[in-house]
Design a protein around this ligand. Structure first.
Ligand SMILES: [Zn+2]
Length: 262
């Protein structure tokens, strides 16, 4: 298919997950069975799950996208269950994904919140993360310690953003080129810090709004939790199949409805 790609836009949808585990609380993730069905839906709609880095390369370098339409799959925090349950399902379909790791917490447990819903869950260690990187998964940065950047002094925020990049790169023997804001919390100054630190893009937790142009340092996405039914997942993915190429072609037929959430 041909996608006319205007400069400064990012024409592919991004999904955003946390955990994938049996019996997971639906507010924090999906079960492996549900995840498998969701990925099968994407494949049947003509999508291929890709990393953010691959999608950026496709958007920057080519107007002709070969084969299935890329859909970016992202996972926040680097849960061990992503390795145990999500990666094998993605591997079976030839899909890949970007996982955002917290550099100083790898191999440990979630300690950045006292909320029992999220706290204490085991995080992937560098060895397992390296295995995924060798399979073609992308390791992105989710800072050093998962702070709320908007509440940090400027120098601290800069350190969390900038130092996590070489730290993860050393741990995983891989380039780290994309970033994700913890809690989706950031100020405009932080987007500048992300750019200055050498990242090529960053994902927020902001949901897509029709007609809003995409800034690579504050990319929007569609969060997926266990509360999203399969029917809604399929409808959303089918809608993106139509909307994203339309939007990237200049949006003449797609009148922006400001504030309308997808
Ligand atoms: Zn996070």
């Amino acid at each position: 298919m041909t996608l006319p790609l205007p400069l400064g836009s990012f024409p592919f949808p991004i999904l955003y997950y946390h955990r994938v585990a049996p019996g997971v609380d639906p507010r924090t993730g999906v079960t492996p069975e549900r995840f498998r069905r969701q990925m099968a839906i994407l494949a049947s709609l003509g999508y291929r799950g890709v990393t953010l880095r691959e999608a950026l390369a496709l958007a920057a370098g080519q107007r002709e996208i070969p084969g299935p339409l890329p859909i970016v799959l992202t996972f926040d925090d680097g849960y061990l269950d992503n390795y145990d349950h999500a990666a094998p399902i993605l591997g079976e379909l030839g899909f890949r994904a970007t996982i955002y790791f917290v550099a100083e917490r790898m191999g440990g447990r979630v300690d950045w919140t006292g909320d029992p819903l999220w706290g204490g869950h085991p995080l992937m260690d560098p060895g397992k993360a390296r295995e995924l990187v060798e399979m073609g998964f992308e390791a992105g940065s989710h800072t050093l310690t998962h702070p709320d950047l908007a509440r940090l002094p400027e120098a601290e925020a800069r350190r969390e953003i900038a130092e996590s990049r070489p730290r993860l790169s050393d741990l995983l023997s891989a380039p780290v080129t994309t970033f994700c804001y913890p809690y989706g919390s950031f100020l405009p100054i932080h987007a500048g810090m992300v750019r200055e630190a050498g990242y090529s893009a960053a994902r927020t937790v902001r949901r897509y709004r029709l007609g809003r142009p995409e800034d690579l340092m504050t990319l929007a996405c569609r969060p997926v939790s266990g509360r999203m039914g399969l029917g809604r997942f399929a409808l959303t993915a089918a809608a993106y199949r139509m909307l994203f190429p339309l939007r990237s072609s200049g949006g003449k037929r797609l009148r922006p409805e400001r504030g309308e959430s997808l």
